[in-house]
Design a protein around this ligand. Structure first.
Ligand code: FAD
Length: 508
């Protein structure tokens, strides 16, 4: 093939060969300011970054539980942990406690820790299953340090006993914190309401945003962080939405904040009710509460009453109903626009994955950033990786609803009987029949997460991997007891979570 032909083939994939220098972020919630912070810190020398936000519209104001990779994001930005925790009234999070999920009065913790010991040949749960066959009585969770520390309300950072954790944080303050950070790094903030999105007539790309004041904000590349409305990605570019609500039927939440009445625990509580679930997210000074429900089976009024009847401490905000549709935008990156946060789609907060998706979207965009023009291959790569990540998270969340023994309401019966994605059905079958778990591309959860939740929801495998027979009874007992007692000793030595948080935040 001639060089000229090769060249023209490559050039044929360039959608826009203009250099990208002016980036406009529309929206200043968690997603807008996370994007501004990362781009300004890491690519600020090459880009002019403007963020437009409207004080009148405000932010969604929820989204306070995170998962561990947020620490990597903060490291990338050079954020000081103690300073960040003090500013956002953050607490440490070691996992999520699920109550009434598998069945009423059952509970389990999905923790961020490794259970037992990692082994190249077969995962720890096979050894535990072998132990069960031999009559041991211990729960799977007794072999996980983070899980036991969470249950005991303890926490410490130590080199001897590393601990995997995330944070509970105040979402509004977090956005303000990142705003300060970004403005220090040169981000230009424009306050005003976007009333029009102007497109280039030839290319259909976004050219500028018109504000209520008449001001025009021009850009080469746009990041849509305008929340559920998706002002750029949907209202201007008509990207389309894939609805997943037949698998995840909850479509509403009511949220309220309360004063703290007890020391904060180091995990999120997720308490299932007859039509969804309730969250409790403990911060240093207050608690975030919310009830997630399906409007087919519960009215907003009943949900609000139910929530208010199940909180502790005085309310400090008015209850606020938020409506959502679970699913994803057909393309996260369309033309010269990438959608982040709520504008890119929504998976309910059961496993606290939305802020993580914002972060991974930002990192993927930075890796593929089209400085010298937009290539279709970059768009395709971005969208394909995003799709695998979303589908793996979607399956993990559906798992909680589908695998359970609750039949006390129409809602739970629907969830138990509904058809689920083939990818999830396969994972469930594989675990049930063989005890094996294999991760899919893009899965952000580890084998430990899948096993903790499948076992927690009451799915017990019929078999275990025979590698576990490598140990005779005495060796197996010694192995399992050794792990359990070293965890229990280590947990005993930890200070309480609240003592540690207080000391840690004071010493900045
Ligand atoms: P928003 O916060 O809605 O921000 C939108 C921004 O766009 C605002 O600044 C607004 O002013 C601006 N804007 C909109 N229209 C215009 C306009 N016309 N002109 C100018 N500016 C405009 N995630 C987690 O990771 N963990 C959780 O525990 C969690 N819990 C959640 C609970 C619920 C009930 C919901 C609904 C979401 C939850 N999330 C959670 C998701 C999380 O809240 C969001 O991912 C996160 O807050 C990001 O929101 P956002 O920045 O995309 O949108």
């Amino acid at each position: 093939m001639s060089t000229t032909r090769n060249k023209s083939k490559i050039e044929g994939n360039i959608l826009n060969s203009n250099k990208i220098q002016n980036v406009v972020i529309a929206g200043g919630g968690t997603s807008g300011w996370m994007a501004a912070a990362a781009l300004s810190k890491l690519l600020g020398k090459n880009l002019n970054i403007t963020l437009v936000e409207s004080d009148d519209i405000g932010t969604v104001g929820v989204g306070e539980a995170t998962i561990p990779p947020i620490r990597t994001f903060h490291k990338l930005l050079g954020i000081n942990e103690q300073e960040f925790m003090k500013a956002t009234h953050a607490t440490f999070k070691l996992g999520i406690g699920f109550e009434n999920w598998g069945k009423i009065d059952d509970d389990y913790v999905h923790s961020f820790g490794i259970t037992g010991k990692e082994c190249w040949a077969g995962e720890f749960h096979h050894f535990w299953l072998h132990g069960l066959n031999k009559g041991i009585q211990s729960d799977f969770g007794e072999y996980c340090f983070e899980l036991q520390a969470a249950k005991a309300g303890k926490f410490a950072l130590s080199k001897q006993m590393p601990i995997n954790y995330a944070y509970h944080l105040d979402a509004t303050i977090y956005a303000q914190y990142l705003r300060k950070f970004s403005q220090k790094n040169g981000v230009n903030r424009v306050e005003g309401k976007i009333t029009k999105v102007i497109k280039n007539k030839q290319t259909g790309e976004i050219a500028s945003l018109t504000l209520e004041s008449g001001e025009i904000v021009n850009g080469d590349f746009f990041i849509d962080c305008t929340g559920f409305r998706g002002l750029l990605i949907e209202q201007a570019l008509h990207t389309g939405y894939e609805d997943w609500s037949h698998w995840l039927p909850c479509d509403s939440a009511v949220a309220v904040q309360t004063k703290a009445v007890s020391a904060p625990i180091p995990y999120t509580r997720s308490i299932a009710h007859d039509v969804g679930w309730q969250w409790r997210i403990p911060l240093q000074h207050r608690v975030g509460n919310g009830l997630v429900y399906c409007s087919r089976y519960m009215s907003d009024k009943s949900a609000t009453e139910k929530l208010l009847a199940n909180i502790q401490g005085d309310t400090i905000t008015e209850p606020r109903v938020i409506k959502f549709k679970t699913g994803r935008r057909r393309k996260g990156w369309n033309k010269n626009c990438v959608a982040l946060g709520l504008s890119s789609g929504f998976l309910e907060p059961l496993e606290s994955t939305s802020i993580h998706l914002i972060m991974s979207g930002i990192i993927r965009l930075m890796r593929l950033f089209p400085f010298d023009g937009i290539q279709q291959s970059a768009i395709d790569e971005y969208n394909s990786k995003l799709n695998s990540e979303l589908e793996a998270i979607r399956d993990f969340i559906i798992l909680h609803y589908h695998v359970n023994q609750r039949d006390d309401s129409e809602f739970w019966r629907y969830c138990k009987d509904m058809e689920i994605p083939a990818s999830l059905q396969h994972k469930i079958n594989l675990f049930k029949e063989t005890g094996r778990v294999f991760l899919d591309d893009g899965d952000i959860f580890r084998v430990d997460s899948w096993t903790q939740v499948m076992l927690g929801q009451g799915l017990m495998p019929k078999q275990y991997h025979k590698i576990a027979d490598i140990m005779n009874d005495a060796e197996l007992n010694k192995f399992l007891n050794g792990i359990k007692s070293s965890i229990s000793n280590a947990v005993q030595q930890l200070p309480t979570h609240s003592e540690f948080v207080e000391r840690y935040c004071k010493s900045t």
